[in-house]
Design a binder for this molecule. Sequence first.
Ligand SMILES: [Zn+2]
Length: 94
Amino acid sequence: MAVVKRNCIHCGATFDSKNSRGVYCSAACKSQHHRIRKVTERRVVVGRLEVVFRDVNPNTTQEMLEQMVHDALTPEILKVIHSDKPIQLGESHA
Ligand SMILES: [Zn+2]
């Protein structure tokens, strides 16, 4: 089986990978990288809508993220996510 030289996506160290999908040099790097991902993940919940932001800069406040989500929502989407009826977009109000 071919051994490939790769760079760890967490620490940048070169390592021999027997598995072409290996991206970490060690199990420690893998778990550390996953932990950091979790820390930089933030959620904004608006009604029934949940938005997950990944790799958020620590200086970004929750308020800034909420504002960004609110600015992106149209009145029609707001009505749907705050309604308690089953979600159905493009519904005609006949
Ligand atoms: Zn590493």
